[in-house]
Design a protein around this ligand. Structure first.
Ligand SMILES: Cc1cc2nc3c(=O)[nH]c(=O)nc-3n(C[C@H](O)[C@H](O)[C@H](O)COP(=O)(O)OP(=O)(O)OC[C@H]3O[C@@H](n4cnc5c(N)ncnc54)[C@H](O)[C@@H]3O)c2cc1C
Length: 440
């Protein structure tokens, strides 16, 4: 097993070389190089704090890449972290027009990749480094004595080899995108659904690139949020060339109007426009809607059958070639098992955030800015940030995550006054005012 330490931002040294790092100079470890993890790196670089950024994928923002063909709904002005922008402006980076709305691929190629290439950041990014566990040195979860004096140990698995890092603080920015919810209405991953994995997309499929999978096929999209709407719009586009493509939209909402969201009342215009476009397609009869429908199980033979209930009656929807399941995603806390973590029982978000974001209670526009104090965990020096901090709540915006990590980094750098300040301003939005949730 190799043990790596970071000395004054120089890359790894091994114990065999006798190179030792005083604990005061240990880096901050960021887990996950999505938009929020990279913003944390920019904030740390700007404050000249040593850090390492460990990313499971073979490039930064690997999760965003998987939906890279999808256009975001927030324009560039909300998608770029302030510290990242300042660093980038010191290079020949071309800042995108703040009013325009990028696709996921553009977000990576025009902003996140150039950010990751900066000389203040690039040497400290480790791609292909999936983190498999986090712990306190020489302490399991139970042991309290001198716990806070111990560094964190971060375990990664690289090409079959275990590799560890040490850190003085850890920001878990691993998102939730890799852990989708199932189609099953009670949220249970049944073996019968798992067995159909090859015929189900749990992301927003790139229908244009993989047209043969959907063209003139009978496809059901399950879910009532924006991901489902994006999938439906892509399928409707394909239907223009392949008119026998049969599209069914299945969701739990009481009626389809609830899925259209704020439309013209949404201050994020592109998000409102998604609702209006899907309404038109439904009205034109290009999409069959089945709602409210609670899926109890799936069965696959030659075609896929969906078993469930509608207004108390047992129903089987039959004959599907393929399913697109966009029912949201959930956090995976497996890597955090040996740390003392507080999460909310309903949303699985950071506990103190739950009352701000619970979709049973809130519209998407009511989330207040929050920082280090709100995100503190019982495990001192450990923070869950970004999309993962919202748990299952679907309303996370990148700008919220940028403010989270700005505040935490200020605190870690000893700037408590800045850590306490709230510097976030988000557009108000009418989406989700129904209280039904389903923003993304
Ligand atoms: C289709 C879609 C559209 C969206 N549109 C918008 C929008 O318009 N505006 C907006 O503000 N928000 C939008 N969001 C919501 C949100 O802002 C994004 O999902 C954003 O990517 C979240 O950033 P993140 O850094 O928290 O997590 P992610 O982008 O999910 O990044 C997590 C990173 O961690 C890595 N990782 C995961 N597990 C490990 C591990 N064990 N070890 C190491 N690395 C790991 C992943 O590979 C990934 O690179 C959208 C979301 C989706 C899905």
């Amino acid at each position: 097993m190799k043990t790596f330490k970071i000395l004054n931002q120089q890359a790894c040294c091994e114990p065999s070389t006798g190179c030792c790092t005083p604990e005061s100079t240990l880096p901050v470890a960021i887990i996950g190089a999505g938009p929020v993890g990279l913003a944390a790196a920019a904030q740390l670089a700007a404050r000249k704090q040593p850090f390492v950024l460990l990313e499971a994928g073979n490039e930064v923002a690997a999760s965003v890449r998987s939906w890279g063909h999808v256009r975001l709904f927030s324009p560039w002005q909300y998608n770029i972290d302030a510290a990242a922008k300042t660093l980038l402006q010191q290079t020949d980076w071309q800042e995108p027009n703040g009013e325009e709305i990028p696709t996921g691929n553009e977000l990576i190629d025009l902003y996140l990749k150039p950010l990751a290439e900066l000389e203040q950041i690039k040497p400290f990014i480790y791609t292909n480094h999936p983190v498999i566990a986090l712990a306190r040195q020489n302490h399991d979860k139970m042991k309290s004595k001198a716990r806070n004096d111990q560094p964190f140990v971060i375990y990664t698995e690289v090409q079959g080899q275990l590799k560890t890092f040490q850190a003085r603080a850890v920001l878990d920015a691993t998102g939730t995108w890799g852990h989708p919810n199932p189609a099953q209405g009670n949220g249970v991953w049944l073996p019968s659904e798992k067995a159909l994995a090859e015929r189900i997309d749990y992301h927003i499929p790139n229908v244009a690139v993989n047209a043969s999978l959907y063209s003139n096929k009978k496809v059901a999209v399950i879910g009532g949020g924006h991901s489902a709407i994006n999938s439906l719009l892509n399928l409707a586009e394909l239907k223009k060339q392949s008119p026998d493509t049969d599209i069914t939209w299945i969701m739990r909402k009481e009626n389809v109007e609830m899925a259209y969201g704020g439309e013209q009342n949404d201050e994020l215009m592109a998000r409102g426009a998604l609702g209006s476009r899907i309404r038109q397609l439904v009205d034109e009869g290009k999409i069959n809607v089945v709602t409210p429908f609670f899926i109890s199980s799936l069965k696959g033979t030659e075609s896929i059958s969906i078993m469930g209930t509608q207004r108390g009656e047992n129903i089987v929807l039959e004959g599907f070639d393929r399913l697109v399941v966009n029912t949201g995603s959930r956090p995976d806390y497996t890597i955090n098992g040996e740390l003392r973590l507080a999460t909310d029982p309903t949303t699985e978000s950071v506990t103190a955030l739950a009352s701000l974001i619970d979709p049973n209670e809130h519209s998407c526009g009511t989330v207040e800015a929050h920082g280090e104090t709100t995100l503190r965990q019982p495990e001192q020096g450990f923070y869950v940030v970004g999309a993962k901090s919202y748990g299952r709540a679907p309303t996370f915006l990148m700008a919220t995550g940028y403010e989270q990590v700005r505040s935490i980094v200020a605190f870690l750098a000893g700037d408590e006054e800045s850590a306490k300040r709230v510097e976030l301003s988000l557009p108000e939005t009418g989406v989700c005012n129904s209280g039904a949730g389903g923003c993304c």
